[in-house]
Design a protein around this ligand. Structure first.
Ligand code: NAD
Length: 375
């Protein structure tokens, strides 16, 4: 089995789909690995380290892809990459398949079997392949670091001879994987942390990290978690109550980190322009949901917006890409575990009856096979 890894070509993508460690793992499965030169540059991995791990490093993308049975990527392959693949080749990437129809259509047209890492089910057997979690965890950490950087004050309480510095107040909205890591990181830096979510299960998790849980806990809240563990879209009535609670709480906060997502939908609007306008000058909002439309009104993808009242809304896209070396290391491990489902003793077997492969398959045999993406 010939596995290819190419440089990421999408705007601002710093991560990569293999590390020297995972090259060794893939070779141990009986595969050969070819890496395009420069693949690891955004993650501080020199070409020589891939070669030392046993990969063949080639400078030209066409020769990397020629004859490849499997292509590993962080983001969906470009049209050029897809067209260079042979029919029946396997592509594994975070395809963003609900939104990036163009790439999905091209992959189907090329007769490629494409798997979306974002669709790997959150079952126990697949935990090691859970790229959404590995990246969200790092994004949650980095969001706090970005907030601390943009904030003109410190996070911890400091008692000095010149007087006391008050601790920062941090409010985390959406307490899933990213939000809980943001809570933990802000706590480690010494902030006073509160967090909110619509899933009752998150309350205990927030409290176990030493933060206070703040939410509208009505009947709808008690039923807001789907069987898969995700949040449901909330009713207009709930949203109105939530907005009122946010209004009274946010005015006292220094930092707001939003992470709320609903699978397959636009991110819910949790913070209005009026909420932002009520905040103190110097406040910082980090909108981690910006890639999905954002939770904060006025947030702009890739920009820091300074509002009339002196708050900053940080809309960095691809937050995990700002901690690229770790993000690549974890993602590459997710990928190599996923490849282990298909490659054994150097042979490639794609069993679409396997629960994990079936859930992640987006295109196969010239067609789109994922129900959610088709619809
Ligand atoms: P996510 O990225 O889809 O959403 C982030 C958070 O936003 C979630 O906690 C969600 O409840 C919250 N949210 C959505 N709408 C909201 C609203 N209107 N107001 C406030 N908050 C809102 O979620 P995630 O981080 O992927 O986690 C989803 C669930 O999956 C969690 O229960 C998590 O523990 C679980 N999970 C399980 C596994 C596993 O078992 N292998 C792995 C990872 C996550």
């Amino acid at each position: 089995v010939a596995i290819a890894v190419t440089r990421e070509r999408r705007d601002g993508e710093t991560r990569c789909a293999a590390t020297p460690e995972t090259v060794k793992k893939l070779i141990a499965l009986g595969a050969t690995v070819t890496v395009e030169a420069g693949t690891g540059s955004g993650s501080s991995i020199p070409d020589a380290d891939y070669a030392a791990a046993g990969a063949v490093v080639k400078p030209d993308i066409r020769t990397v892809l020629a004859g490849a049975d499997i292509l590993l990527k962080v983001r969906g392959p470009t049209a050029q990459e897809t067209s260079a693949l042979k029919p029946g080749a396997v592509v594994v990437a975070m395809l963003d398949a609900y939104r990036d129809k163009e790439t999905v259509t091209a992959l189907a047209g090329a007769g490629v079997t494409a798997f979306a890492m974002e669709f790997v089910p959150r079952i126990t057997r697949a935990q090691v392949m859970d790229a959404l979690s590995s990246q969200a965890n790092l994004a949650g950490y980095r969001a706090v670091i970005e907030a601390a950087y943009a904030f003109g004050k410190g996070f911890p309480m400091m008692m000095t001879a010149a007087g006391t510095v008050a601790p920062a107040k941090v409010f985390v909205m959406g307490a899933g994987v990213a939000g809980l890591q943001a809570v933990a990181t802000a706590r480690r830096l010494g902030a006073v942390v509160t967090a909110t979510d619509v899933r009752p299960a998150s309350k205990e998790q927030v409290e176990s990290l030493g933060a206070k849980f703040v939410a509208v806990e009505d009947e709808e809240f008690k039923a807001a978690e789907t069987a898969a563990g995700y949040a449901k879209p909330m009713s207009a009535e709930y949203q109105a109550k939530q907005a009122e609670l946010t209004a009274s709480h946010i005015v006292k906060q220094d930092i707001v980190i939003t992470t709320a997502l609903i699978p397959g939908r636009a991110a819910p609007r949790l913070v209005t322009a009026a909420h932002v306008a009520s905040m103190k000058p110097g406040s910082v909002l980090i909108d981690l949901a910006i890639d999905n439309g954002g939770n904060v009104e006025g947030a702009k993808a890739g920009e820091v917006v300074t509002t009339a009242n002196g708050a900053q809304i940080v809309g960095w896209t691809n937050m995990a890409g700002r901690i690229a070396a770790d993000a690549s290391a974890l993602y590459a491990r997710n990928l190599s575990a996923f490849i282990g489902l298909m490659v054994k003793d150097g042979a490639l077997t794609v069993d679409l009856e396997d629960e994990i492969l079936k859930a992640a398959a987006v295109t196969h045999g010239g067609a789109v096979v994922h129900e959610g993406v088709k619809g």
